[in-house]
Design a protein around this ligand. Structure first.
Ligand code: GLU
Length: 324
């Protein structure tokens, strides 16, 4: 018998995920950085939280490098070094998405076999310029290629050959919305759209890769920054369509600068290496992250693990206001 899954929850009580389920397989958490540059304080805080939530609940913890896109040379090695330097450890081999093409293709095949995929011949510009449905957000896919006749498809394919690219593959979404359960946000209802599964340049889309990879690694606890909360319903639905279990979600507040915009490299000395070069120690950096979690005096990730109290997590964005 398995413990009640996230779908059975009606309210979000952070303490629920604290306790081990007593299930034979304790499940796993993960951290999944994109190797597009050094991790900044916000990324490091999310990584610590992902590790703490997994370890506190007796789960395994995995690292996955999301290197399908936006790869910067050397960044992957530096990110792993930085996580280890904070005292984060992980189980098993690091998974690299660039090595998982076969798993993604077989997931696409499965969706194709259920008639849940269509080819899209639109350019990005056409999608942006198309009149959108009354309540759709700007730039939402207007459904242009969803129900084309066979001859219109042939014309579309001809056009792709001229543009020297493949058609993108999109999900034929069979529901408009889905509800997921988030550890802090509770029930979150959001759109399930005709999302891209594979881009016209052949790169598998993030939404598909993340679902396939989390399930393959036994991940049942997805911790990440809350800018991705709105993607969770479509990912959960994709898991459902693929016959994969839906994980529980724990979206944690994004880090922002003093002006309230998403923290970025241009905000100054925001990476671990920047802080160390400026004369701080690892303990200072972890201390800053611990302070932001309402846990003063932490010096290494294990201190956060030991003293973790989910009730002290401020749900507001973390304002990183560094002394210059
Ligand atoms: N790779 C994504 C990022 O670095 C995170 C994706 C995820 O955790 O699902 O923002």
């Amino acid at each position: 018998m398995s413990a009640p899954g996230p779908a059975d929850r009606t309210t979000a009580d952070p303490a629920d995920q604290e306790a081990s389920t007593g299930d034979e397989s304790p499940g796993a958490g993960r951290y999944a950085p994109s190797p597009s540059g050094d991790l900044h304080l916000g990324n490091l805080r999310t990584a610590i939280l992902a590790w703490v939530l997994a370890r506190r609940s007796g789960r395994a913890f995995h690292l996955r490098v999301e290197d399908l896109d936006r790869v910067r040379e050397g960044s992957q090695r530096r990110q792993l070094e930085d996580l280890a330097a904070l005292g984060i450890d992980w189980d098993g081999e690091v998974v690299r998405q660039s090595e998982r093409g076969a798993a993604y293709e077989s997931a696409i095949d499965r969706l194709v076999s259920h008639d849940l995929v269509f080819e899209c011949y639109c350019t990005r510009r056409e999608i942006l310029e198309a009149p959108s449905a009354p309540h759709a957000p700007p730039g939402a896919y207007p459904g242009t290629c969803r129900d084309l006749s066979a001859s219109a498809r042939e014309t579309g394919r001809e056009r792709m050959r001229e543009l020297r690219r493949d058609p993108a593959l999109r999900l034929r979404a069979d529901v408009p919305e889905r509800t997921v359960q988030d550890l802090w946000a509770g029930s979150v209802r959001g759109p399930v759209d005709d999302l891209v599964l594979r881009r016209g340049d052949g790169v598998v889309a993030y939404n598909l890769a993340v679902v396939v990879d989390d399930a393959a690694a036994g991940v049942d606890q997805v911790t990440r920054a809350d800018d991705l909360l709105s993607s969770a319903p479509r990912q959960a639905h994709l898991a459902h369509l693929l016959g994969l279990p839906e994980p529980g979600y724990a979206h944690v507040p994004l880090a922002v600068n003093a002006a309230g915009t998403r923290l970025a490299k241009r905000d100054g000395a925001v990476t671990l290496r920047d802080r160390l070069e400026g004369g701080e120690a690892i303990a200072d950096v972890v201390g800053r992250i611990g302070d932001s979690l309402g846990l003063p005096g932490c010096r290494i990730a294990a201190d956060v693990l030991e003293r973790w109290d989910p009730s002290t997590l401020d749900r507001a964005p973390w304002v990183v206001d560094l002394p210059t």
